[in-house]
Each structure stands twice: as structure tokens, then as C-alpha cells.
Design a binder for this molecule. Structure first.
Ligand SMILES: [Zn+2]
Ligand SMILES: [Zn+2]
Length: 467
């Protein structure tokens, strides 16, 4: 019998390993935080849904909204929360300020355990920024940015910067931001049932890649480009600051900045200050007394004329600022608000330029009027023929869009009808409406007759296959 050999085994340390708390949902990092291209809250929500392989609507309905209902019960702040709306109406408010974004951020913090989501929305600036005119109601995007990210293997997302109404160009690529899907021509809400950054929430087509029309780049020397670059700079720096804002700036800050500037530039004379900046006296007085705070377009104009950055105005000590008068704004759009003689020849030639330009989509006369600083009725008096051409071209474009949109609806209805038929459900308007992304489209009599037509077509084909 051999002698047993005792092998000494490794010692195990049995003290308990400390496992950090697990989050309920995955917790992907928000993209670009601390930079001008920081992600927006609606984009993060859509990406979070994608990470869980569900539609954004499912994530919101099942996970986020129940947590928000609790907040609602406590504060009773929501009349009708946009997250409940399947069609995404009002979802732009999630990115803005106030209770909606606050509650959504709170819910996300609970579910992902992340503490660095504060920069996704403008919640830190609630008191400084009036909601009116702040963000776009519908989505806007730069196709080139999406393309570059896609080809570099980066994740597609929607920066908060694209949500501002004052941003109309991507100055990085010198192109206008797009606002309708190149495939189905519909404009997109910021967050709806099937939202996914970079793709159409209705037809799921990519919003980048081959476009039906070639986008004309905007020349860097134009006043529009120069103004947009400055605005992008200003808003970009504010977006980059958002994650590090500890204490939300107070409403009185703007009042103090205005009073400080009035004191320095015109020794406290409000009338002279308003005159210097081409602003109505009442407006300046209201700011100076703190009765009103300027909306974003006015705030940017004020910053530009006073040679101050938006960041300085929002975050620095008002009395330490060094405002000084700077020349007029570099855009024809901002003509002085006072009455001046119209330079008819110049306006007429600008209108001719719009007619001969290949701008796409062709602008409406209203939009051209906004750029030039005149009402369409005044423009008609200056150059009737050019105005007619502009209006006609825009109408033709809108008609084309509508046709495309109806095509999109037709396809959506057809798919639903086929699905219902496979499950032996009768094809009625009520049954189909339940599965439409936007059931409200059935309010349009054209869409209703389209629905009847598609149903008849599908039924006919089905009978045909049985015979
Ligand atoms: Zn771009
Ligand atoms: Zn589409």
C-alpha cells in the first residue's frame, strides 16, 4: 500500500466580494458630453430602447412613464404628457427645460444609475430661457454628419445643437439641416413610437446616404453662413458647459447684464441704449426692470451687438463683463426694426437671385420674406413676377411632398391590411387604425378613400389567390 501524499491546496479567501449595485436597464454612456455636439435627451431615450431591442415607445410606456406617473401624482404637473402620445406630438419639450425633461431625467437616473445625464437637456437653464422660440417642433439633421459617423463605424445620434430653432445649417459641412424624410417626405417628431436616430420613424428608411436631390453647399462667405457659424459657436459652447453646471443661473442674471451694459455704454440712459442697438425702447425697459427676459433670437442679437458670448452672459458675474458696441448683424434678415426707406432695387435683385438659385427645397415666399426682413405683401409690390415664380415653385414642391406622403401612407396601410388578413381579421377602418403609427392621418378624407381603395385591392388579390 502506497503512502498517501497530502497535497497542499490553494487557500481561498472567503471574505465577501463587494458587488456594486446593478442597474435595471443597460446604461450606455451619452455621446459627446462636454462638447458642442453633446447628445439630446430624446436621442438618448431612442438609443436606450435600441440597446434593449425594443421600440422607443415600448421603453417609454413600460419603463419610463410608470416612474413619471409617480412624480405626476406628487406634483400634478402634467396635463397630458407627451410621452403618452403615440404620434410624438410635443416631444420636443422633453429636450427643453421644466418638469418634462426633469422627470424624464429622474426616471433615467433610477433605471440606469447614471449620474452624468444632466447635460442631455436644457434643464439647468430653466430660469434663463423662455420656451417660446427655443427649440424646433420637428426633427432636423445633417445628412453629411450621419454619413461620416456611419462610415467611421460610430453610433448615430442627434446632438442637442440640432434642436435649436436658431440653428439652420451644419457649419461643419456647410449644408442646411434637413427636415423631411428623403423617402416618405414626412417631417419627424423628436420622439415617437419607432424613433431611431438616423432613420425615419415612419418608413424606417435611413435619413442619410443617397438623396433624391443633391444638396447645394452654402458658401462660407455669405452673411447667412457667417451668422450661423457665430450662433453655432455660441450655442455649442453653452451645450458643452451643460454637464458641469452646478447651480442653475437665476432669472435676474439677464436683468443685471442689461443694466450693466446700459450703464457702461450710455450711462444708464435706456432710450439711448435702445437707439444704439436698433431695439424698441419698451423691450429694453422690460428687460432692464426684469419684467421680461429675451427669447433666444433676441438674446443672441443682444450678445452679438454687445460683443459678449452667450456663455459669459449666462455663467459669468454680470458686473465683471466688458460689453462694447459691435457693428450690425451680418445677416440681411436682421434689418433695423425702425422704419427706413426700402431699397427696392436691391430687394428686387435679391428676389431674382432666389428665383434663379437651385436652392432645395425651394423656400416659400414667407421664408424669403423672413430672410429679407419684409412681409410677402411688400415683396409683391417690389417684384410681382419674381414673387409669383417663388410661390409657384414652392407650391409645386409641396404638392410633390404630399404625393410622396400619400404613397408612404398607402404602403403602411397595405402592410397592416396584409397582416390583418393573414390573421383573418376583417379589413375595416377601425381595425387598421389601431396599428397605424399616426391614426390621426385618417382625419384626412383623401387618406380614408386611400384606405378603402387599398382594402378592396388586398381583398381582391386574396380572392384571386383562392380561385
Ligand atoms: Zn454636418
Ligand atoms: Zn420616411
Amino acid at each position: 500500500m502506497s503512502k498517501a501524499v497530502l497535497v497542499e491546496l490553494e487557500w481561498w479567501n472567503m471574505t465577501e466580494v463587494c458587488i456594486p449595485e446593478r442597474s435595471i436597464l443597460y446604461s450606455p454612456a451619452p455621446i459627446g458630453m462636454g462638447t458642442a455636439l453633446g447628445e439630446s435627451l430624446t436621442s438618448y431615450l431612442a438609443r436606450l430602447a435600441e440597446a434593449h431591442c425594443v421600440y422607443a415607445g415600448v421603453l417609454l410606456q413600460e419603463m419610463i412613464v410608470p416612474l413619471m406617473v409617480e412624480t405626476e401624482a406628487q406634483d400634478n404637473i402634467f396635463d397630458q404628457h407627451p410621452l403618452w402620445r403615440r404620434d410624438g406630438g410635443g416631444s420636443h419639450l422633453i429636450n427643453v427645460t421644466g418638469p418634462r425633461s426633469h422627470a424624464a431625467l429622474q426616471a433615467l437616473k433610477t433605471l440606469t444609475l447614471r449620474t452624468d445625464l444632466g447635460g442631455l437637456a436644457l434643464t439647468a437653464l430653466t430660469k434663463l430661457l423662455p420656451i417660446r422660440g427655443l427649440l424646433r417642433n420637428r426633427l432636423a439633421w445633417c445628412t453629411r454628419c450621419y454619413e461620416v459617423w456611419q462610415s467611421n463605424g460610430l453610433v448615430l445620434y442627434d446632438p442637442l445643437l440640432w434642436k435649436f430653432r436658431e440653428i439652420s445649417l451644419c457649419t461643419l459641412h456647410g449644408v442646411r439641416l434637413q427636415t423631411s424624410c428623403p423617402h416618405c417626405a414626412r417631417s419627424l417628431p423628436h420622439l415617437t413610437w419607432r424613433s431611431r436616430p438616423g432613420y425615419c420613424a415612419f418608413c424606417t428608411w435611413p435619413l442619410f446616404g443617397e438623396q433624391p436631390r443633391v444638396q447645394e453647399p452654402i458658401a462660407p462667405g455669405t452673411s447667412e453662413f457667417i451668422w450661423q457659424r457665430w450662433v453655432t459657436d455660441m450655442l455649442g459652447t453653452v451645450v458643452a458647459q451643460l454637464p458641469s453646471v452646478q447651480n442653475s443661473p437665476k432669472r435676474e442674471r439677464i436683468q443685471r447684464v442689461v443694466n450693466h451694459a446700459v450703464e457702461r455704454l450710455t450711462s444708464g440712459n435706456i432710450t439711448a441704449f435702445a437707439h444704439l442697438l436698433d431695439l424698441p425702447r419698451n423691450t429694453v425697459e422690460n428687460w432692464s426692470q426684469g419684467k421680461r427676459i429675451p427669447e433666444m433670437d433676441m438674446l443672441l442679437r443682444l450678445c452679438y451687438r454687445l460683443d459678449l458670448s452667450l456663455c459669459e452672459v449666462m455663467f459669468q458675474e454680470a458686473e465683471a463683463l466688458q460689453p462694447r458696441l459691435q457693428g450690425p448683424l451680418p445677416s440681411v434678415r436682421f434689418s433695423p426694426r425702425k422704419r427706413t426707406a426700402i431699397d427696392k432695387e436691391r430687394i428686387s435683385s435679391l428676389l431674382e437671385q432666389v428665383v434663379s438659385s437651385a436652392e432645395d427645397p425651394p423656400p416659400s415666399l414667407q421664408e424669403v420674406g423672413q430672410r429679407l426682413g419684409y412681409q410677402p405683401t411688400s415683396l409683391y409690390k417690389i417684384n410681382r413676377t419674381a414673387c409669383h415664380s417663388i410661390a409657384e415653385r414652392h407650391t409645386a414642391y409641396r404638392r410633390q411632398l404630399r404625393e410622396k406622403r400619400l404613397q408612404g401612407y398607402r404602403e403602411e396601410i397595405r402592410q397592416i391590411a396584409l397582416l390583418l388578413q393573414a390573421e383573418h381579421v376583417t379589413l375595416t377602418q377601425r381595425h387598421i387604425a389601431r396599428y397605424l403609427v399616426q391614426p390621426a392621418i385618417l382625419r384626412d378624407p383623401h387618406v380614408r378613400s386611400l384606405l378603402r381603395e387599398v382594402c378592396r385591392e388586398v381583398e381582391r388579390n386574396f380572392k384571386g389567390t383562392l380561385e
